[in-house]
Design a binder for this molecule. Structure first.
Ligand SMILES: [Zn+2]
Length: 215
C-alpha cells in the first residue's frame, strides 16, 4: 500500500496542523510530561527511558504503516480501527486505576476508516468465507460501520477528544496527528485554538450526541 504525500504538501491537512519541527516547539503545558517524551521519540529520534511504571496510555488506529516508538514497561496501548475508543472505555478506566494520568490520542492521515463503505462487499465476503451466513455478515457490517466509519480524520480526532474529556475529566489528553510519509506527529490546530481561547473542552458540544453513549 503506497504512502500518501508528505502532509504539509497535502491541501487536506497542511493548514490544519502545527509542525513540531524542534523540541522547543512542543506546547509548553506538555513539557515535563510523558507527552514530551513521546513527541521527542517520534519527531527527533530520542529514546524513551522506561521507569518500570506505566506512564502513559496511547490510543491510536490499527494502521499497519504506523509503529509506536515506545519501549516495554512504559505505556498501555489501545489500537482500534480509526483510533476512537468507543467501546474501550473500560480499558481507559483500568489504565487510570493503574496510575496513568496522560492519554495520547493519535489520529493519522489516509485512514482506512474513511473508506469503510467502499470496503463493504469485501468485508462481507471475507466474513462469509470465515463461515458466517451472508445475512448475519451484512447485518454485522451495517451495525458496526457507523461506529467505525469516519469522514475526516482531524474532525474525528476532535470529536473523540471532546467525548473523552467529558468522560474522564482529570485525565490529561494530548491529541496528536501522525503523518505516514513523514513518520512524525503534528498538533491539530483546533487543539491549539481551544487552548488559546481558554475554552473548557467539556463545555464543547459534539455534533453526534450518540457518541457520548458508552454502550
Ligand atoms: Zn487508521
Amino acid at each position: 500500500m503506497p504512502l500518501p504525500p508528505p502532509i504539509l504538501t497535502d491541501s487536506c491537512y497542511k493548514d490544519r496542523l502545527f509542525d513540531i519541527s524542534s523540541p522547543d516547539l512542543i506546547p509548553e503545558h506538555w513539557k515535563g510530561t510523558p507527552f514530551e517524551g513521546l513527541i521527542n521519540a517520534h519527531n527527533f529520534g530520542m529514546g524513551i527511558q522506561s521507569t518500570g511504571q506505566p506512564q502513559l496510555l496511547i490510543a491510536t488506529c490499527i494502521e499497519f504503516r504506523y509503529s509506536l516508538p515506545v519501549p516495554r514497561m512504559h505505556a498501555y496501548v489501545l489500537r482500534r480501527a480509526s483510533g476512537r475508543l468507543v467501546g474501550s472505555e473500560f480499558s481507559v478506566a483500568y489504565a487510570i486505576a493503574k496510575g496513568v494520568r496522560h492519554l495520547a490520542l493519535i489520529g493519522h492521515n489516509d485512514c482506512g476508516m474513511t473508506q469503510v463503505q467502499p470496503n463493504r462487499q469485501g468485508m462481507i465476503d471475507a466474513l462469509v468465507e470465515e463461515g458466517w451466513h451472508r445475512d448475519r455478515a451484512e447485518e454485522f457490517f451495517d451495525y458496526h460501520a457507523g461506529r467505525y466509519s469516519i469522514t475526516d480524520e482531524l474532525t474525528s480526532l476532535e470529536r473523540e477528544y471532546i467525548r473523552l474529556k467529558r468522560l474522564f475529566r482529570r485525565l490529561k489528553i494530548a491529541p496528536l496527528f501522525y503523518s505516514l510519509a513523514d513518520n512524525k506527529v503534528f498538533v491539530p490546530q483546533w487543539y491549539l485554538d481551544i487552548k488559546a481561547r481558554g475554552v473548557d473542552p467539556t463545555e464543547l458540544s459534539v455534533a453526534d450526541e450518540e457518541l457520548l453513549s458508552i454502550t
